[in-house]
Design a protein around this ligand. Sequence first.
Ligand code: 97T
Length: 236
Amino acid sequence: MRIDIVTIFPEFFSVLDVSLLGKARQSGLIDVAVHDLRDHTHDRHRTVDDTPYGGGAGMVMKPEPWGEAIDSILGDGGDAETETTVVFPSPAGELFTQATARELATARHLVFGCGRYEGIDQRVFEHTATRARVRLLSLGDYVLNGGEVATMAMIEAITRLVPGMVGNPESLVEESHEEGLLEYPSYTKPASWRGLEVPPVLLSGNHAAIAAWRYEQRVERTRRVRPELLPPPALD
Ligand code: 97T
């Protein structure tokens, strides 16, 4: 998988070298390149934003540097690059979920465009959509200063699903959200700690009883903290 990141804070992504991703990068499984949006400006001040048409607070990112940066990554676009998905993290996007991560983990080429929070000129999305699949994706209902942190979270969620990334494939499917339920509570030794006991069923050696208890814990925890994840109750 090839990943290109466009940002005004390229140094932010240096952590990719030391994280789990570093190994995958070295092995050639995942190839990440970070691009400074300001390298695609041509004025003395390397300007990437301007005041919004129609007025209002804040600044909007200018289309020209984005156009050049996207051109340089996609090539000059003789053939429509259908194999590429360009992701713009945005509070106005559709929700990024485990299903989105699973889908994007099959892509050959992902591009992440990190905008500042006031946003990017709308025509950048329209123009990029003529060259690649474009997705505006939100991590959730809160506001960040820019797309960088959201991009890091999405890259981690996506790349850990790329075949060959995780040693034990079972550890991928059993985790929270993979079956639409939250994870069961985990315990390790000692069996008694500061007066708190590990649930006896986990020490019983009864694998069917353990599996049933864990499933019950997942359903109960999901009902308690994330009821919207459960299927609606039957009407009859
Ligand atoms: O708040 C943002 C600003 C810029 C880019 C993305 C975001 C965001 O993404 N998920 C939630 C908020």
